[in-house]
Design a binder for this molecule. Structure first.
Ligand code: GSH
Length: 220
């Protein structure tokens, strides 16, 4: 089997999703960490791999894939077992909906809320942060309701939907529990208090064999 390489920035939700997909498919891979503080993703060497200068990027032999969703699609075609993108047209549609929406409805607003917190500007930007987070509450509440009746977001088995959503939720929890953010009382942590079913779901996702290897190194 050709070596798989995954270029990533530690803590990036889309990179984490790709690494979880690799883990869920039981694939071994070499993780190639880029240091965002040194802008390594804009280095000449990396721009030769991905001229857009962003991550995740997956390289396997002569194939180089950027864009999280393209990587998920590539992995599913190359390594169909276990399926993460459904086994029927209806399932595939349901899973892709959540995978695509995770970008707009979770990663983007969570990124907007968390950036000022991670930069130590939680107090001065409290109103903006609270506003940015509002749509996220609706998403989390809907997921929590769905998870009352099923173990994973799209039914009985782990799919790419879970893998797309989980890292964004973890990023939200991490920023909500930062010292500077505690005064904002973002109503997400502890997850089990605010979203009981989502918390149980997170524990299930964390049982993916290989989960530890995908965990953001600088969060350890
Ligand atoms: N649409 C892209 C977005 C990737 C993206 O935003 N990557 C961020 C990390 S979360 C990145 O590389 N940021 C560094 C930069 O753009 O310089 C995808 O889903 O893969």
């Amino acid at each position: 089997m050709t070596k798989i390489e995954c270029y990533f920035i530690s803590g990036s939700p889309p990179c984490w999703s790709v690494m979880l997909a690799l883990a869920a498919k039981g694939l071994s891979y070499e993780s190639r960490r880029l240091d965002n503080s040194k802008r390594e993703q804009k280095s000449e060497a990396f721009l030769a791999i991905n001229p857009r200068g962003n991550v995740p990027v997956l390289v396997e032999g002569t194939v180089t894939v950027r864009e999280t969703n393209a990587i998920l699609a590539y992995l599913e075609t190359a390594y169909p077992d276990p399926p993460l993108l459904g086994t029927s047209p209806a399932q595939a549609a349901e899973i892709w909906q959540i995978v695509c929406e995770a970008g707009d409805h979770l990663r983007t607003p969570i990124g907007n809320a968390s950036r000022p917190i991670f930069r130590g500007r939680a107090v001065e930007m409290a109103d903006e942060i609270k506003q940015a987070i509002q749509p996220v509450y609706l998403e989390l509440a809907a997921f929590d309701r769905d998870l009352a009746d099923q173990p994973y977001l799209c039914g009985k088995t782990l799919t790419a939907a879970d893998i797309a959503v989980y890292p964004a939720v973890m990023q939200l929890l991490r920023c909500a529990t930062r010292d500077g953010a505690k005064a904002l009382n973002l109503q997400v942590a502890p997850l089990a208090v605010h979203y009981r079913n989502l918390a149980a779901w997170a524990r299930r996702v964390e049982k993916i064999p290989g989960y530890d290897g995908a965990y953001p190194p600088h969060w350890r």
